[in-house]
Design a binder for this molecule. Sequence first.
Ligand SMILES: [Zn+2]
Length: 225
Amino acid sequence: MAIDRNTSLVVLSGGQDSTTCLYWAIDRFGLELVRTITFDYGQRHRIELECAQRVAAFAGVENVILPIDTFTALGGDALTDPGIDVEQGVVESSGLPNTFVPGRNLVFLTFAAAYAWQRGIAHLVTGVAQTDYSGYPDCREGTITALQHTLRLGMESDITIHTPLMHLSKKETVELARDLGALPAMAHTHTCYNGKRPPCGECPACELRAKGFDEAGVEDPLLVA
Ligand SMILES: [Zn+2]
């Protein structure tokens, strides 16, 4: 069966933000026009993949896992290299956290666009945001706008990259998740940089997540579960 052009492909990591984006896409495009793609990029915490599958199943959408483990061979960051611990603050030489995986979002969105191109899908949805976050340069609006332009040129396509969280604070992202009915799915998500379940509560990712839920006055379903 041919795929409807108005189908959207959500880049689903199994975390809070991409899960919120999934429910944003369901709200905007309709459940039957939403699919999800998850990248196995050699992340240390394999639980992320499991969570992505669980979230997709919970929401009732298709999920495909694409293996691209070249980042492990590159090494040098705390999310793919088991020899590097997650640290608070930034690395002096780069001014970025040591959880920054250079090129990750660029590669994800390029592969997602290629996957979409092959199937005639016109919309990508990603949970990147430039507010309140870890300062990853590949999450900024300018990067995504430029990448969309490059993908349109390079693939002769009219693909659109949607970034519903781009200008939201963590608090506003939690409020959006609540308004979209995404909170029950949050119990299946994973955020902790230390790969702990229940979450460690101490790493930068856990702290940021807790801050968002606190400020929004919403109980995190993951902690309740
Ligand atoms: Zn943690």
